[in-house]
Design a protein around this ligand. Structure first.
Ligand code: UD1
Length: 338
């Protein structure tokens, strides 16, 4: 039987890579996207990469009537992967209501319509941001969540709470929170990748745009942290590996007979410093980066990287693309945008 999966935000960075992997694994993605932070040509590229026509429903996940009509139109949906959300940390502090309204409402509406339509399987895009500055490294799923530094981070925590409360009273509901660490890279074909609007906030797109001459200079935000080279440590995961974790999550949910709500960290299990990322990028691409050391960025966590044991055992999934390979793919994608 065809396994139809609604993918909200399916034209976005992680969503588009996940749609490719869904088709490869025999699922049929149905994209819901309002294209507020994504481009239609990316869907064409997903079709090109998969050789399949991809159904797209253009609209807002916060619009109940619209979401309802999508579920009615595509009867017998097997599950939902909910990516659609605003994600700019800085902007969220300036426009908190925009973030709360969009990120919370879309999640609530998805759950409400799933319940009404009898769809049980839900994969939610969460973030390692819920751990804040962890007390112990690597971070396991049992680590306490900490007050978030930004409204964006709070929306991720609040959505997890909403899903958790809903799951307790909804018979037949099965859910997974995937707490992503730092997604980087692009599809090895360079046909899909990240499309930041304006100056990127995240490290790797800033690096590739600097290397491409779009930005004059990269600033490393602080080298006086308590880490071996003084720069912050993160767990950088290739977006294709991350996409595959969603397939593993769906496979798990579809095979599970009992109601469940599981949390999995999705990272490589390795920490790399900002300086290591910069050095590796220069090494693998042969491009010299113009960079300087600047002051710390407010709200940055010193070091965070995942304990990947639970996801490896529970979902039979493991990241296998190296940092070097990931940075090469990011650079190839950047160059393809010329
Ligand atoms: C941020 C968010 C996280 C979100 C993720 C993806 C916070 C605390 N976390 O993660 O919730 O899921 O983005 O959108 O905001 N850096 C530089 N120079 C730059 C850019 C970044 O040195 O120009 C450094 C940062 O200080 C940090 C590292 O690179 O140490 C990674 O930064 P970034 O890519 O923005 O991701 P996070 O802050 O880890």
């Amino acid at each position: 039987m065809e396994k139809k999966i609604i993918v909200t935000g399916g034209a976005g960075y992680i969503g588009s890579h996940t749609c490719v992997e869904l088709v490869k694994s025999g699922y049929t993605p149905i994209i819901i996207d309002n294209f507020s932070n994504s481009e239609k040509f990316i869907v064409d590229r997903v079709e090109e990469l998969t050789g399949k026509k991809i159904e797209v429903e253009e609209g807002d996940c916060g619009d109940y009537e619209f979401v309802k009509s999508v579920f009615k139109k595509h009867a017998e949906v097997s599950g939902v992967i909910h990516f659609a959300a605003f994600k700019a940390v800085g902007e969220s502090s300036n426009l908190p209501l925009k973030y709360y309204q969009n990120n919370l409402l879309s999640t609530i509406i998805m759950l409400k319509v799933m319940e009404e339509e009898g769809v049980s399987n839900f994969v939610f895009s969460s973030s390692c941001t819920v751990y804040g500055e962890p007390d112990q490294l690597p971070v396991t799923e049992d680590s306490p969540t900490k007050p978030a530094e930004s409204p964006y981070g709070r929306t991720k925590q609040m959505c997890e709470n909403i899903v958790t409360d809903f799951s307790k009273v909804t018979k037949g509901f099965k859910g997974i929170f995937l707490r992503y660490f730092n997604p980087i890279g692009a599809h090895p074909s360079s046909r899909i990748g990240e499309l930041p609007i304006g100056a990127p906030n995240n490290l790797v797109p800033y690096i590739t745009q600097t290397a491409a001459g779009i930005r004059e200079k990269l600033t490393i935000f602080g080298n006086d942290y308590d880490t071996p080279d003084g720069t912050c440590i993160r767990d950088y995961i290739h977006v294709v590996d991350l996409a595959k974790a969603h397939i593993a999550a769906l496979d798990y949910l579809l095979a599970e007979k009992e109601d469940c709500l599981e949390v999995f960290n999705v990272g490589t299990g390795n920490g790399n410093s900002v300086q290591e990322v910069v050095d590796t990028f220069q090494e693998v691409t042969g491009v010299k980066l113009n960079y300087e050391i600047g002051p710390r960025r407010a709200g940055d966590v010193e070091k965070v990287y995942s304990d990947a044991t639970k996801v490896e055992n529970g979902l039979k999934w493991k990241a296998d693309i190296s940092l070097a390979e990931s940075l090469k793919d990011s650079w190839n994608w950047q160059q393809s945008l010329k």
